[in-house]
Design a protein around this ligand. Structure first.
Ligand SMILES: [Zn+2]
Length: 197
């Protein structure tokens, strides 16, 4: 049996799955892509038996958009491919794996061929978090060396501790810390008034 006969070549060719790597040094058919066009994909409607040769990234891209081409005429398809390549659609160029052509491997362009998610993407404003408490309250927490997550018990405990530490009686009658002590007491009163202590 001659395994090198043209007949076997033909059988092998016909049985070759669509994405199977083939021996070829042809460039990818996606315009501007310099990668090897080692994967082939059927051109589709009205082009039965004809194939594009793509690199892995672009054959994935193509296969993912394949249904999208149903009902489109060849000019539409060509325009689609061209737009995709040049990156007319902003979302398409924002992939994590942007290559020379602006494609991303999966998810991006092909998952949203009509740009339905684009508006959503652009409308998302930077997160603006309102501060939980007023500046006065925040300063009161800071005066007690606490942040705003401190609960009433923690506030009371810290207050007692600081009063003890800064009280003249604890400092041999040294009154130089009175200002700090006043600040601590004021802060505590502020938090009490805000029901945070
Ligand atoms: Zn390619």
């Amino acid at each position: 049996m001659d395994l090198n006969s043209p007949l076997f070549d033909r059988i092998r060719t016909q049985r070759r799955p669509r994405e199977e790597k083939r021996e070829s040094t042809m460039k990818c058919d996606s315009p501007g892509c310099e990668a090897d066009g080692a994967y082939r994909a059927p051109m589709g409607r009205l082009r039965e038996g004809q194939y594009f040769c793509f690199c892995l990234d672009h054959v994935r891209e193509y296969n993912a958009t394949y249904n999208y081409f149903n009902g489109m005429n060849d000019a539409d398809v060509a325009r689609y491919m061209k737009d995709a390549t040049i990156g007319h659609r902003p979302t398409w160029a924002m992939g994590t794996r942007r290559g020379a052509t602006g494609f991303r491997e999966e998810g991006g362009p092909t998952a949203d061929p009509l740009g339905m998610n684009r508006a959503k993407f652009h409308r998302r404003a930077p997160e603006k978090r309102e501060p939980r408490y007023s500046p006065v309250t925040m300063r009161a927490f800071a005066a007690l060396d606490l942040d705003e997550t401190a609960g009433p018990e923690a506030v009371r405990a810290r207050y007692k501790e600081l009063v003890k530490r800064h009280h003249p009686d604890a400092n041999g009658g040294d009154r130089s810390r009175e200002e700090k002590l006043r600040e601590i007491i004021h802060a505590y009163k502020t938090l009490r008034a805000a029901r945070l202590a």
